[in-house]
Design a protein around this ligand. Sequence first.
Ligand code: UDX
Ligand code: UDX
Ligand code: ADP
Length: 464
Amino acid sequence: MKIENICCIGAGYVGGPTMAIIAQKCPHINVTVVDINEKRIAAWNDEDVNNIPIYEPGLSDIVKEARGRNLFFSTEVDNAIDKADMIFISVNTPTKTYGMGKGMAADLKFIELCARQIARVSTSDKIVVEKSTLPVRTAEALKNILENTGNGVKFQILSNPEFLAEGTAVDDLLTPDRVLIGGDIDSEKGKEAVNALVDVYANWVSKEHILTTNVWSSELSKLTANAFLAQRVSSINAMSELCEKTGADVNEVAKAVGMDSRIGSRFLQSSVGFGGSCFQKDILNLVYIAKSYGLGEVADYWEQVIILNDHQKRRFAEKIVKTLFNTVSGKKIAILGWAFKKDTNDTRESAAIYVADYLMNEQAEIIVYDPKVTEEQIYADLDYLGTRSENENRSLLKVVNTAKDACRDSHAVAVLTEWDEYKKLDWKEIYSNMLKPAFLFDGRRLLERKAMEDIGFEFYAIGN
Ligand code: UDX
Ligand code: UDX
Ligand code: ADP
């Protein structure tokens, strides 16, 4: 079976970059990305490719090359679905905020809506690919909805989890460690569908890097990979607190431990806590699944990764308050970085949101500067927490366009995202414009202690 038309439902951080690369690498396939969000689609179609809604290094060039040739962005969902031989579902699956499984289970409302829409408008057989991270056995639910349409159309369901990390999406997609495809490999039709998707990736990924499994293994592998990665961050963050008490340095510990090839050096960078749309959501999801099978110890084991992460964010904020003589009320604190990591404009679950919220509860005045995150997004993140009114958020926190402006006349500066440009700031000048003693809190181990202390800062860094 040869794929000629692909449709992707959801033009977000996953769907957008993934489809851009497929279109670039497979000029013989027409790729249409659809979304119900008109503003987002309009941004993807903006004549100036620098205005596409997602910031990823290298992405705008690829969009420029493929857009209008075989890559299209549209709000006409029904049309695109019916035309496609293969449909990727890349809609968001946030943690449920209501009802059963509130705060833990994934909300599959958007997925189910997609499935019903696909069932309603399809007039020819299709392969449906789960791209969003989903709880194990979602494919079965999809299958149930799709198979009971009564119009004789046949569907094959594949799981093809996305392993790209934001900020490096283009590289991760171009040279993936592996591509994972789960399908009904015990049936002829299932095998055919798996092979059709293998052939798409084989346009640029070598076959040894394309792994095929049954659907459940594929779905669970995605949750497991994110749980392991997050666990590494929580493990090193746990050590960071112990290092601060004992005089060890967490960077030295991480280096020494990481050189053991059985452990490996990546994902041992101690921080103010992990964020992003995946880690917390996927672990909560794993915990919920384990509990629902009665596996209490398994659930508790993984939940600890989240508990430690919450603790890390809180203890950083507490450290600021304690250091500033136990009160930050009315004090100006500059926050450098709002994105959950560098090189992305995504802020979902970013540690900065929680640190700011904590400090605002202590009546601090917060000034934020992030090179890629908009003021609108920052307020939306705070409003979403619901800690205080929208007016109070806007009066307690201001957003400015340069680091220099953020730090001027402040009591303290906190670095919460590891943007490269913060390393190159004129820290001497920043120091001279701050109130004294001038406190600097490095939540990312971005700055050199000695250089900062020589300038005159009272310096605190995670795990040191
Ligand atoms: C360990 C450390 O590896 C070594 O660096 C340190 O100096 C001493 O402690 P050891 O206890 O000899 O070495 O064996 P190791 O290979 O680490 O295995 C420990 C246990 O884990 C064994 O029971 C082994 O069967 C088990 N294991 C190890 C697993 O169950 N699965 C694995 O993937 C690896
Ligand atoms: C993650 C997975 O890496 C990716 O494979 C999956 O598809 C989606 O989730 P992402 O959330 O984009 O990707 O970013 P990632 O690089 O994994 O970072 C997650 C968080 O952990 C960030 O807040 C980052 O700052 C933090 N982190 C990461 C650390 O604090 N220390 C580290 O050593 C690594
Ligand atoms: P991710 O990081 O998983 O890509 P995003 O939130 O960035 O998540 O993107 C998901 C996109 O899916 C959003 O732009 C949202 O508007 C879109 N979406 C959600 N439900 C539907 C639907 N039923 N039809 C089309 N698009 C949808």
